[in-house]
Design a protein around this ligand. Structure first.
Ligand code: UTP
Length: 300
């Protein structure tokens, strides 16, 4: 398999899940729109794609898609009101999301799993490698992961997943990779994948997190992938097929990520993301840190 020479330019962001862990907040609002400090989680994800050089973004949406589309569109009424008030800084904040990237949308219909959501992107993506960023997975902007994954895909061809070492007791919550080392410290060769294994059956403690760079051969594999765990079409199952037979779509590599990452679809991690990002903000941080310190030392 010859390594890819085409510059990856398209990002796919699946955001059509039901978000049941966040009910009732997600009854009428997609979980990707929940604010992390003062920006919806999904905006961080689109910003991450853009900083990795991907300005063509396809969002896979489901029911409740309106807020997602509206957020990345202009809001003339609001902009005009801020202009009249001469509130330039808020006006700039409002315009940021609509100026970020070229946005496209496709509707998933039934949420039949992450693999099915990715398959909905096939007509838009065509036959080039592309990136997938889960809309509820937040990677700290200071720890660039996607650029490293794109570099790895350009070097080896095939597909690349993002891996993070987790406590073995937590591995049943993730897709898990069996791996072999490579010449680069942070890159491994993926030889097998299992979706949410019990700790005893897990081939490693390398968990797959929500960033992928995929060879378009994944679409053909996904179209033949039967529903797996939870009755859903699992992306991990399709990647397992790719990892098991290099002739299908090239090898599968993993970039081992050691930076900061939050699963904003999980309530505990969502709160941790807000507290950490708020503490680190120049405008809010000093007051918030002082309050937090007082709360933890005096009131808990
Ligand atoms: P999750 O596994 O977090 O599922 O999806 P979920 O339904 O969104 O949330 P819970 O578990 O019920 O709380 C991981 C990512 O895949 C997307 C989700 O939007 C999320 O970004 N997804 C999942 C889809 O786009 N379609 C699906 O059918 C399933």
């Amino acid at each position: 398999m010859t390594p890819s020479r085409t510059r990856i330019s398209k990002a796919v962001i699946p955001a059509a899940g039901l978000g049941t862990r966040f009910l009732p907040a997600t009854k009428a609002t997609p979980k990707e729109m929940l604010p992390v400090v003062d920006k919806p989680a999904i905006q961080y994800v689109v910003e991450e794609a853009v900083s990795a050089g991907l300005s063509d973004v396809l969002m896979v949406t489901g029911r409740n898609k309106r807020p997602l589309e509206d957020h990345f569109d202009r809001n003339y009424e609001l902009e005009e009101a801020l202009r009249r008030k001469k509130d330039e800084s808020r006006l700039a904040r409002v315009q940021e999301s609509s100026d970020l990237a070229t946005m496209h949308y496709v509707r998933q219909g039934d949420p039949r799993g992450l693999g099915h959501a990715v398959l909905c992107a096939a007509p838009h993506v065509g036959d080039q490698p592309f990136a997938v960023l889960l809309g509820d997975d937040l990677i700290d902007p200071r720890d660039p992961l996607l650029s490293r994954m794109i570099q790895t895909q350009e070097l080896h061809g095939g597909s690349v997943v993002a891996l993070m070492e987790v406590d073995p007791a937590q591995i049943h919550l993730y897709g898990c990779a069996a791996v072999k080392g490579t010449d680069a410290d942070d890159v491994v060769r993926v030889t097998d994948l299992v979706e949410k294994p019990d700790a005893a059956d897990a081939p490693s403690n390398y968990a797959i997190i929500g960033r992928y760079v995929l060879d378009p051969a994944v679409f053909e594999v996904l179209s033949k992938t039967e529903p797996g765990r939870g009755g859903e079409i699992q992306l991990t199952d399709a990647l397992q097929t790719l990892a098991g037979d290099e002739t299908v779509g090239g090898p599968v590599h993993g970039v081992v990520f050691q930076g900061r990452r939050y699963d904003t679809g999980d309530r505990g991690d969502y709160l941790r993301a807000i507290v950490r990002l708020a503490c680190e903000r120049e405008d809010l941080g000093p007051d918030f840190r002082a309050w937090l310190h007082h709360y933890v030392t005096e009131e808990m």
